[in-house]
Design a protein. Structure first.
Lengths: 267, 165
């Protein structure tokens, strides 16, 4: 009897639970749209605020990461810029070197003379004349009486004293330096320095025809090779009572940069 | 101290800056400045020490042998001070002021520079009087004389109105 009662109670419970579940299912199916709408209405506002705040935080985080990336990019661009700048500098240096070598190739220099590149680091006037100091000496193969010219073929002077690491050069405006020269008109003469007056030409007879602007080049009868530019005739004074003309020459050394020179060694 | 600074500045100006700007011209600042120490220097013994240190510094800077500048400067200074035993114009040049004094000091300084140059050339040409005379004659060019006189005047003005004060 008791078993029967228990079985009935169980069956009633099951029917109750099933009917409640069925009712809930029916309600859910019938009022789903409405319920969702209501629920969204309740949680929509706060969640939108939360989402908005979260999106700000997320955009801030992404900005930070972007800044980090930008900084890294900036560093790499700077490195790139420096690399390109150094490339430009080396290219300019190469161009200068190229020009220098081209000019050197075009010079009428004897092939059997060694050429030493040098830099000028001091120009001085002593009572004995104008002197320049070169940054090459015995260690670089320079010896006394070597010729110093510019890369454009202008005579600068002659090495008078050589030390281990530097040498002293007497330049063309020094009165002690004498060079045999030839003018563009074919006249030969002896050039000697005259300090600020430039260069004077000796032994030009009154009958020799010389005009202002005539080029003065080395003749090649002394230590200097033939065809190097010495200067340009500046003034010619004719005096019939004198045996020779007085000719002043503007040294070409005045118009060149004296920073880089070539030392022509002996044969 | 200020004299040393001026000397260092002139040394660089004469041997590096001006020649690289205008080329090899007549620029004689340091030697004239050194000689003016003898004219405007206060104590006789101190001027030799000062001139000695400066000339040794210049020799070092110009890559010259020791004594190349110092010996001619020393002899010239000695000559000037010796002359002053007979004709006392050192104190007159130091104490008086005015344009006339500057001109006279400029002439004295120019004369001392030429004396120094002759001694320099004479020693440099192995004591050959004839060769040194030929070399010295080159310095008697008009442009050179004007250049020496102008630099002397400049040095006198500097000493009288800037350094000697």
């Amino acid at each position: 009897m008791r078993d029967l009662i228990n079985r009935r109670t169980k069956i009633r419970k099951w029917i109750f639970v099933t009917s409640v579940a069925a009712m809930l299912l029916i309600c859910l199916i019938l009022f789903q749209g409405y319920a969702v709408d209501k629920m969204m209405g309740v949680i929509g506002g706060p969640s939108a605020v939360v989402i908005n705040r979260l999106s700000i935080v997320s955009s801030f985080i992404s900005q930070i990461s972007k800044i980090r990336t930008l900084a890294a990019e900036n560093i790499s661009f700077r490195d790139e810029n420096m690399r390109l700048l150094s490339q430009i500098v080396s290219q300019v240096k190469l161009e200068e070197e190229n020009l220098y070598l081209r000019q050197l190739l075009e010079l009428p220099l004897p092939v059997d003379r060694k050429r030493i590149e040098a830099g000028v680091f001091n120009i001085q006037l002593t009572p004995k004349g104008h002197i320049i100091l070169l940054n090459v000496g015995v260690n670089s193969g320079v010896s006394e009486d070597d010729i110093v010219i510019s890369q454009s073929g202008v005579v600068i002077g002659i090495v008078k004293e050589v030390f281990n690491n530097y040498s002293r050069v007497m330049i063309v405006t020094d009165p002690d330096l004498k060079i045999t020269v030839e003018l563009s008109s074919g006249v030969s003469a002896m050039a000697r320095g005259a300090y600020d007056d430039g260069i004077l030409l000796d032994f030009i007879s009154q009958s020799d025809e010389i005009a202002n602007g005539d080029l003065v080049k080395t003749e090649g009868n002394d230590l200097f090779p033939r065809g190097l530019l010495v200067g340009k005739v500046k003034s010619v004074t004719t005096d019939n009572s004198s045996l020779f003309k007085q000719v002043r020459v503007k040294p070409a050394i005045d118009d060149i940069r004296l920073s880089r020179v070539i030392v022509l060694g002996q044969r | 101290m200020i004299i040393s600074l001026f000397f260092a500045f002139f040394l660089i100006l004469e041997n590096l800056l001006l020649p690289s700007l205008i080329g090899p011209k007549i620029i004689i600042i340091t030697q004239i400045f050194l000689l003016s120490i003898f004219i405007f220097g206060k104590k006789r013994s101190a001027v030799f020490i000062q001139a000695g240190i400066f000339s040794a510094g210049e020799e070092f800077f110009l890559g010259m042998r020791l004594g190349t500048i110092f010996i001619p400067i020393f002899i010239t200074g000695l000559f000037y001070l010796w002359i002053n035993n007979f004709i006392e114009f050192r104190s007159g040049l130091q104490d008086s002021s005015g344009f006339r004094v500057v001109i006279i000091a400029g002439i004295v300084l120019a004369f001392l520079y030429y004396l120094y140059s002759w001694i320099y050339i004479y020693i440099g040409s192995s004591f050959n009087a004839m060769n040194s005379w030929v070399g010295f004659m080159n310095l008697l060019d008009v442009k050179m004389i004007i250049g020496v006189f102008l630099w002397s005047g400049f040095s006198c003005l500097l000493w009288k109105y800037v350094l000697y004060k």
